[in-house]
Design a protein around this ligand. Structure first.
Ligand code: ADP
Ligand code: ADP
Length: 236
């Protein structure tokens, strides 16, 4: 049984399901622990797939399943990171990274027992992994764009989600910072092996990070090619 399954999914935006055809009869099955890159031109439906899997939208027809259940009936932990790392400016970096731990608290008893100090320790441990040790007490505006994106990855992973949804998280960075973050991202993935869905325009990024690449096409959006790819860096 696949971890993520899209079965004959059609998505039309607006017009009560009769508007813009964003995805046309799309089928996709993803095994748990895979790192899948969705690549393709603007408007081909990459973000729409992430929104379906996270439950933000429902398909106009077809089924979307996560861990064998309807997405809406799910308690699979999800981590999210986007192109713009939105941090709450009134919180420190550490407190921003702790947000998912506080949100899952009512649902997962192992977190309910943990005290705030333990959440802070976990946030600090995550920050150290991405090279931000000692920055936990800073406010978002005191960090560079690259550092904020690192913190955003920490926030996406701090609650050890089984599923990580990434929408162009490295897109706004200079190429040097971007490649440094690819390496960090791959280390984090190898360490805990969440299932990852990465939306990107960058084929090099897809080839570096993913073990499977889905190439999509627009008008109407659908998956054109689906390939397993070798790792460019030896797995440890
Ligand atoms: P991508 O992420 O590949 O750029 P999207 O999934 O964002 O593509 O969009 C797929 C198509 O659906 C595009 O034609 C886009 O204009 C359209 N679309 C996306 N979101 C909406 C919306 N909320 N309302 C109407 N059309 C939308
Ligand atoms: P950019 O996103 O601008 O490329 P990086 O995230 O790559 O920046 O950061 C480059 C280096 O500059 C970091 O490794 C860090 O040591 C330093 N740096 C950037 N902003 C700050 C800051 N506010 N305080 C301390 N050091 C910083």
């Amino acid at each position: 049984q696949p971890f993520i399954e899209l079965s004959d999914v059609v998505v039309r935006y607006g017009g009560d399901g009769r508007g813009t055809l964003a995805l046309s009869n799309t089928n996709l099955r993803i095994d748990e622990g895979d790192f899948v890159a969705l690549v393709g031109p603007s408007g081909c439906g990459k973000s729409t797939i992430l929104k379906l899997v996270s439950g933000l939208i429902k398909p106009s027809s077809g089924g979307v399943f996560l861990a064998g259940r309807e997405v809406a009936a799910n308690r699979v932990g999800i981590g999210l990171a986007f192109q713009n790392p939105t941090m709450m400016p009134w919180l420190t970096i550490r407190e921003n990274v702790m947000i998912p731990l506080k949100i899952v608290e009512p649902y997962r008893s192992e977190y309910a027992r943990k005290k705030k100090g333990e959440f802070a320790d976990r946030a600090d441990a995550m920050l150290a992994k991405v090279g931000l040790a000692g920055f936990g007490d800073k406010r978002p505006w005191e960090l560079s764009g690259g550092m904020l994106q690192r913190a955003s990855l920490c926030r996406a992973l701090v609650h050890e989600p089984r599923l990580l949804l990434l929408d162009e998280p490295f897109g706004a960075l200079d190429s040097f910072t971007r490649e440094e973050l690819w390496e960090i991202m791959q280390d984090l993935w190898i360490e805990t092996r969440p299932t990852v869905l990465l939306v990107t325009h960058d084929l090099r990024e897809a080839a570096y990070l993913a073990n499977r690449i889905c190439v999509m096409t627009a008008r109407p959006g659908r998956i054109l090619e689906d390939r397993d790819v070798p790792f460019l860096r030896p797995r440890t």
